[in-house]
Structures are given as structure tokens and as C-alpha cells.
Design a protein around this ligand. Structure first.
Ligand code: SF4
Length: 238
């Protein structure tokens, strides 16, 4: 298994732990606001260096005792059939593992959970969970993927033995405060919901670079709406 990038030390990607972040290549969505567009195509065609699993494992072995956790992000990591084996090897070095996912492969998420390979899952909620709104926010969506997204939410919202977080990047063009409340209602009872302020600096669709993000005050107001449904609501501003 190859990775399209690595952050060697992060204090923000695994709450409470010092983590390395591994980025897989390839994604089945095309969110216009995506800030990792270089990772969307699985084939290496942009000259970017790929890091192989063995190299990553050597690095993680050297950092044992300094790093606590590994975050696997993307792209969409669950599209990679070699993911379970890669995580098994990472966990054998004693690391906590967090998965970032768009939720379109509930079968893989379920398998990883069944095999005890995840300590933390963060799943994106792109829009109110209704096909047309979701498609608009994620740019590409099959009915199969939409079904899987709903399955993933259901699966993750009924777990108690690992940490689960839902998160949404909020964009004035795509989301109203009412939409945000609807998203929170859909994940009612969840432990944690993170509202991420949109960053227009790098976007897949260049026209999104012109959009002015919600202000900190607007983000806080929307977080307040969500607190009626979710235990902990966090705002992450750029
Ligand atoms: S933001 Fe969207 S397109 Fe970009 S990696 Fe995540 S799911 Fe894929």
C-alpha cells in the first residue's frame, strides 16, 4: 500500500494525542471545496512522491515513544483493499489508529471495527442526508454510495467502545443554518460533532476560492443550534 503524503507530527488531527497523519490517494467524491485535490486521483500522475508502507513502518518504529497515534486520511482510505493489513501492521507497533472517512464504504468500516483495528473514526457529513443536497455538496455520488453513507452513520452512531466524531465543513453557498441543524438532528445522540470553517485558499473548484467563509460568530451560532442534538459540538476556525 502506498501513501500520497505524510505529516510527521500533528497535535490537532487526533484529539489529545500526538499523531502522524498518512494520506491515501484516490477518492470517489469530488467535493468542490476539497482542499486536497492532488490526492483525488489514485494513479500517480502528478510527480508527487509516494511513500510505501514499509517506509512508513520504519518511520513509525523510529518514533515509538514520541508519537501516540496514526491518522489515516485521504483521499478516501476505505477504497483501498490493503487498508486492513496496513492498519494491522501499524497497530502491531503499539499505535492508536484514527480513520478519516467520507462514509461511502460502510462494509470496510464495519470490517475494520469487527477486527478491532480502529480506536477513533471521524466521518464527514457533507450536507443534509438527502440525495440531491448531498450530491450538490460532494460533486459525485452514486445511489450505492449514498446508501453506504447512511449505513455508516447508523453504524458509527451506535458504537460505544471507540471514539466517534462526525464533522462538516460549512460553506455559505451550500449550507444554511437550517441545514446545519438538520445535519445535527440526523446524527442525534452522537458524542461529538465538529463544524469546520471553510478554507477558500485551496479548492478543487476554483470558483469556491471566491466564497467568503462564515464568520466565527456565525459558526458559533450554528454550533449552538447543534447542541440540542449532540453531546459535544466543536468549532474549528481556519
Ligand atoms: S473533501 Fe471530498 S473530494 Fe476531497 S478527499 Fe474528502 S471526500 Fe474526497
Amino acid at each position: 500500500m502506498n501513501f500520497g503524503g505524510i505529516i510527521k507530527q500533528s497535535l490537532v488531527d487526533y484529539p489529545g494525542e500526538i499523531a502522524a497523519v498518512l494520506f491515501t490517494r484516490g477518492c470517489n467524491m469530488r467535493c468542490p471545496f476539497c482542499h486536497n485535490p492532488q490526492l483525488l486521483i489514485k494513479t500517480k500522475n502528478d510527480g508527487a512522491a509516494l511513500t510505501g508502507l514499509e517506509e512508513v513502518l520504519r518511520f513509525l518504529k523510529e518514533r515509538q515513544g514520541f508519537l501516540d497515534a496514526v491518522v489515516i486520511s485521504g483521499g478516501e482510505p476505505t477504497l483501498n483493499e490493503e487498508l486492513p493489513e496496513a492498519i494491522k501492521r501499524i497497530k502491531s507497533l503499539g499505535y492508536l489508529v484514527k480513520l478519516d472517512t467520507n462514509g461511502t464504504n460502510a462494509v470496510m468500516v464495519e470490517r475494520l471495527l469487527r477486527e478491532g483495528l480502529l480506536d477513533y473514526v471521524a466521518m464527514d457529513i457533507k450536507a443534509p442526508v438527502e440525495f440531491k443536497s448531498y450530491l450538490r455538496a460532494c460533486g459525485r455520488l452514486s445511489s450505492h454510495d449514498f446508501f453506504q453513507i447512511r449505513n455508516s452513520i447508523h453504524l458509527l452512531n451506535n458504537l460505544s467502545d471507540i471514539k466517534v466524531e462526525f464533522r462538516s465543513t460549512l460553506i455559505p453557498l451550500l449550507h444554511t443554518p437550517g441545514d446545519v441543524e438538520e445535519m445535527a438532528r440526523y446524527i442525534k445522540g452522537a458524542d461529538r460533532y465538529t463544524l469546520q470553517q471553510f478554507n477558500p485558499r485551496v479548492t478543487l473548484d476554483p470558483s469556491y476560492g471566491e466564497i467568503v467563509p462564515f464568520s466565527k460568530g456565525e459558526m458559533e451560532d450554528m454550533a449552538e443550534l447543534c447542541r440540542a442534538y449532540v453531546h459535544e459540538v466543536r468549532v474549528v476556525n481556519i
